[in-house]
Design a protein around this ligand. Sequence first.
Ligand SMILES: Cc1ncc(C[n+]2csc(CCOP(=O)(O)OP(=O)(O)O)c2C)c(N)n1
Ligand SMILES: [Mg+2]
Length: 786
Amino acid sequence: MDFVSHTEPAGRGTIADQRARIEVLEALAQKVLWLSAWMIHNANHLRPSRDGLKVGGHQASSASLVTLMTALYFDVLRPEDRVAVKPHAAPAYHAIQYLLGRQSRDKLVNFRGFGGAQSYPSRTKDVDDVDFSTGSVGLGVAMTLFASIAQDFVRLKGLAPAERPAGRMVALVGDAELDEGNVFEALLEGWKHDVRNLWWVIDYNRQSLDSIVNDRLFNRIDTLFEMMGWRVVVLKYGKRLTACFAGPDGDQLRDWIDACPNSLYSALVYKGGSGWREHLERDLNRYPGIRRILDEHDDDALHALMTNLAGHDMVTVLEAFHSVRDDLPTCFIAYTIKGFGLPFAGHKDNHAGLMNLDQMALFKARMGIADGAEWERFAGLGIDPGTLSDWLAAVPFAARTERRRSADAVPVPALPAPAGPALSTQDGFGKILNELGGGTSELAARIVTTSPDVTVSTNLGGWVNRRGIFHRVEIADTFRDEQVVSAQRWAMAPQGQHLELGIAEHNLFLMLAALGLAGPLFGARLLPIGTLYDPFINRGLDALNYGCYQDSRFMVVATPSGVTLAPEGGAHQSINTPLIGMGQAGLAAFEPAFVDELAVLMGWGFEHMQARAGGSVYLRLSTRVLPQPARAMTDALAAGIVGGAYWAVPPEPGAEFAIAYCGAVAPEAQAAHAALLEDLPGAGLLAVTSPDRLHADWLVSGRAGQPSLIEVLLAPLAPGAALVTVLDGHPAALSWLGAAGRLHVESLGVEYFGQSGDIPDLYREYGLDSAAILDAAARACLRRLP
Ligand SMILES: Cc1ncc(C[n+]2csc(CCOP(=O)(O)OP(=O)(O)O)c2C)c(N)n1
Ligand SMILES: [Mg+2]
């Protein structure tokens, strides 16, 4: 046995002997297995149901990871380590936290109930110290990789106290999670960034949800990791099987299991001892060594031997984990059995399988649990409770009471709007960041930008020239060294504040999600800004949602957007993103038309990203150069911009008509408005900067019985007045204004895929130009007539 921890903490001398330590860990594994199965059983069979729905929970998936998780949490991990737990092993996770005193019994009893322990580990809804939320498979895995890059960013800049050790970012990975492409996108990115301190522990039970996974798949996995510079540790056989392999004809047994198809192995796991015997007798009876093994083992013992895979063998697991003492990224491929120790172990249909009442009664008896003692922490373990208590109190992972860190907010100075008679919002964004980059503010020191290969084309170039590109080590700018002229510096160093990513948008959003959690994870406030083309938000949408779901804080700057991108064509022209902005929880979405609005919104955004009840921010920008209004930024105007709308031209009281526009179509709305004033005197022109915030306020205020901003703004209009709304995106983003103001509304926007063209042609084709607004105005006014 060689698994003495290299950072053995004090206070564990009560169980000095390693054998006793294994005994305790195995007992705890048994307890985790019991509690995870029982918590699911209780939720499904014992808790009264009010809706007749199956509650669910994954007994088999939890059982598969019990040994590995017990070894990690009770022995291997340190408080600074951060873990993404395979989503459907949540019950095992909650059980472990319960044993460590960090989860209440009530929450376990109420597993999957309202206010109870969550079905999948949740940073925001669980109380038991979840590091990364998981649920959408593959994302938690990749998240650990980006968290490790974020940790390096923080540490190499000295943003966290130097005496704090670097943590390992650990993912407990279901083998089917490796079917998710985002995992491999992340692997490549990790290689480029020389990622460190990363452990992926693959629960290789060779089963997914529907069935047994293809045998051929994993023959390639280890090579793949090695190609990316990872260490691969394969944990295949436990100590007992390994000992048999060393005996007479042992190599025959090993070859037989090695060649056994995944599906047959799983089926035999389910059938048990007699099944193993039948096949081994048929295939290997001519070998005396094998006959002896068969003779010396009754069916139960034979079953135990044949299922002695390394992922369920505590000693093997501990040896493997403790043998890693450097920071090289390491993939442990641990052979396991789905449902290990449960009656449906190995059965291909066991993913959502639940023990029935009889099976549970037998299991309970086998676990030594008396009636009424189901939730007792130490019942049935045969180890003195005092010893176990002392032992748990000294578990290194739980040594510090608070693992979640905090970081002070960074003050946000007023951001001056870039000057210029005509600018695009994308220009404005570049100029604001460039200005910040040239200053010495604390805010600028905490900004970290990142972009999936569109740094220059989204106008981050100026900022990057000033602040540099981040890498763990210095990498020269060859073009500069060779004196080839380029406007863009491209040297990399630990001081850099921009993370350059490959094109994969999933990686962008996971990088943002990780950077945006640097406060709670690493105790350093970062203000991450990610840029991408607006249509490609869809490409990384699940990762964006994932970041918001765990309350990470970042700013997405999406530019260019809409058909306004014109010649670039339909594949690059976004339509639905304003609705994503409205529908995405945890994300405040804005589409300013002018750069003074943008400056206000970026300042507000940095505050919002740091506010307790804040969130992330999405700015939908454009490359269309617009004449800028000459105006002073008053508090009232700023409040309207942040709230989501203000009157560019206020309506006269009782006005019969107004136009509401959002974003780059401002000139068309202004022109149509000017043209209509003659026929519709007193008509208003409403500038909408955020359909999202405006809509949310309308709902919230309505529920509170208070007037919302939009209702207050629209109140001067005549009852049932006509309103035309227009934006370069789906019209539904603004059509609801009709309901908010009880107005006759005509909504313009883009409903069909775009194409190449110039702005006049495209605005005419998609009905965004002044003529279309005038037509819509006529229709809306006609509809008002009695
Ligand atoms: C993105 C996504 N797609 C589908 C699912 C539904 N789902 C949950 S678990 C699972 C199979 C997981 O298999 P594996 O990762 O091998 O875990 P095991 O249960 O075998 O431990 C699937 C398809 C999901 N949670 N997320
Ligand atoms: Mg699996």
